[in-house]
Unconditional design. Structure first.
Length: 117
């Protein structure tokens, strides 16, 4: 279950919403939007999107991601992670000419790319 808290300071409010190209993640509301339309994400997909967006540009290892999602890192968790990443990508990169938001680093992990408009 996601715990969201209200953010009080102006600096934190500017960080309450992440925008990257057509993607918008509203951490306070617990919602994500693509091109203005709300994305229908599973709780795990939303957690992955939040982890990636809060660390945009950084490669997050399989171990880091699985520990933050499931609290452990086993081989079968990495296989599950790949499935969830594939479904998340399908929801973010819906058209052939869509932005590529998530980059795979084979054998290492994943990174959210900063999209240039």
């Amino acid at each position: 279950m996601l715990r969201l808290s209200y953010i009080s300071t102006e600096k934190q409010n500017s960080e309450a919403v992440f925008i990257n190209g057509d993607l918008k993640v509203d951490y306070v509301q617990g919602c994500a939007y693509l091109d203005g339309d709300e994305l229908h994400l599973t709780p795990i997909e939303y957690k992955l999107l939040c982890l990636l967006s809060r660390n945009v540009g950084k490669v997050l290892t399989h171990t880091y991601l699985t520990q933050h999602i499931w609290g452990r890192s086993w081989d079968n968790d990495i296989a599950s992670l790949r499935v969830f990443m594939a479904t998340l990508r399908k929801k973010l990169e819906i058209h052939p000419n869509s932005y590529q938001y998530i980059q795979t680093h084979i054998g290492v992990g994943y990174r959210m790319l900063r999209v240039e408009e």
